[in-house]
Design a protein around this ligand. Structure first.
Ligand code: SF4
Length: 373
């Protein structure tokens, strides 16, 4: 069963109302945002880290316990750039929120991003990071089979990962940057194909939401946009800059949306009327409408997941769980499924704050919209 249904996106948010936040009122730490939440005393979960554990406990360990660095891919950095542009777009007066205005924001926002994260320059002065390309499939001891090239192609089709790789190696740096920025502009065109921002006045943008469930489990996450209708209905909007989800990835997106819905319900007492994913590459909108019964079940799932994480920490037992998503994992060289050996478990592992790294799809960690992001 899937709760997603492709829809022709119709803006439902009202035009600016008296008392609405003025453009620019949304929290905006700017480049190099220091939105890092305080480290919570007890267990905590973000949607990305929770999904990591569900996807692969060893991946969770690498990211959250070992805190191994990951080099962002061009896709992920472009996603961050597009999100920044869309956030800035709503600073403009409604009538000025045009495709031309959005395109004009790309270069300045890129300048802000590269100033905040100079290391991103590596994307343009060398070979594209390895994770821009689907990596070989897991080779289990009982397998030994070479990967079928047709399967690789099918995977690329399914995820859209290759379609956005427009930072060709060997080009002059300036040309590569131009291609990268042009890709961002193309994604913005996809946004305008599904929404008319002149008819929208978001209530909140890039907002940290949090709540505590089960007495001690802190849930936190960042939402791209929150629209509120005059009747008080909430709609959460999340921009996706990769390809539309297909099979394996839809579950992760649905998990993320349920997480947001639960946090908003518990924090504000209102079940969001709609959760909307805007897939900019495909100019497609997917809607999900949660109900309280479903969210209560999901709440129990998160509490059980938190207990499983605590057990894994106590037992230092984070097992690999290979899947097609391994193709985008940065840590294959350390993964037993690929013949690697994980580093020793940190003896003095700090209290694991699974939201301390912020959401990995936010500026500052510059990872966005990767299948594992
Ligand atoms: S390569 Fe696959 S199995 Fe290994 S840690 Fe990464 S996601 Fe998990």
């Amino acid at each position: 069963m899937t709760a997603f249904s492709p829809t022709a996106a119709q803006p439902v948010s009202p035009p600016p109302q008296p008392g609405d936040p003025a453009p620019g009122d949304a929290p905006d730490p700017g480049p190099g945002r220091s939105r890092r939440p305080e480290t919570p005393a007890g267990p905590s979960l973000s949607p990305s880290r929770a999904a990591d554990f569900k996807t692969c406990p060893l991946l969770f360990r690498f990211r959250t316990v070992d805190k191994l660095p990951e080099t962002p891919s061009a896709d992920q950095v472009r996603g961050t750039l597009v999100h920044a542009v869309l956030e800035r777009l709503f600073d403009l007066p409604a009538a000025e929120r045009t495709p031309e205005s959005a395109a004009a924001l790309v270069a300045p926002e890129w300048d802000r991003l590269i100033t905040a994260e100079p290391a991103l320059a590596v994307l343009f002065n060398g070979e594209p990071p390895a994770q821009d390309r689907p990596a070989p499939a897991p080779r289990r001891a009982d397998s030994g089979a070479m990967r079928d090239p047709a399967a690789v192609e099918a995977e690329i089709d399914a995820t859209g990962q290759a379609a956005l790789i427009d930072v060709p190696a060997g080009e002059e740096e300036a040309a590569r940057i131009a291609a990268f920025l042009a890709g961002a502009t193309d994604l913005l065109a996809g946004y305008f194909a599904v929404e008319d921002p002149r008819r929208l006045q978001p209530a909140e943008r890039e907002t940290l939401i949090s709540t505590t469930i089960g007495d001690e489990l802190l849930l936190r996450g960042y939402i791209d946009r929150l629209d509120v209708s005059p009747a008080g209905d909430l709609r959460v909007v999340d921009y996706k800059t990769g390809g539309a989800p297909r099979e394996a990835f839809e579950g992760r997106a649905l998990f993320q949306l349920k997480f947001y819905a639960l946090v908003l319900w518990r924090a504000r007492g209102v079940v969001p009327r709609a959760l909307r994913l805007l897939y900019l590459k495909d100019a497609e909108a997917l809607d999900y409408s949660p109900d309280p019964g479903e969210l209560e079940r999901f709440e129990r799932t998160l509490i059980a997941l938190s207990h499983a994480i605590e057990r894994a920490k106590r037992d230092r037992d984070f097992r690999p769980k290979p899947s097609r998503l391994c193709g985008w994992c940065s840590h294959q060289s350390l993964c037993p499924e690929f013949g690697g050996t994980p580093p020793p478990f940190p003896e003095s592992a700090p209290a694991v704050d699974v939201t301390a790294d912020q959401e990995p799809d936010r500026v500052g960690t510059v990872l966005r919209d990767g299948p594992l992001g």
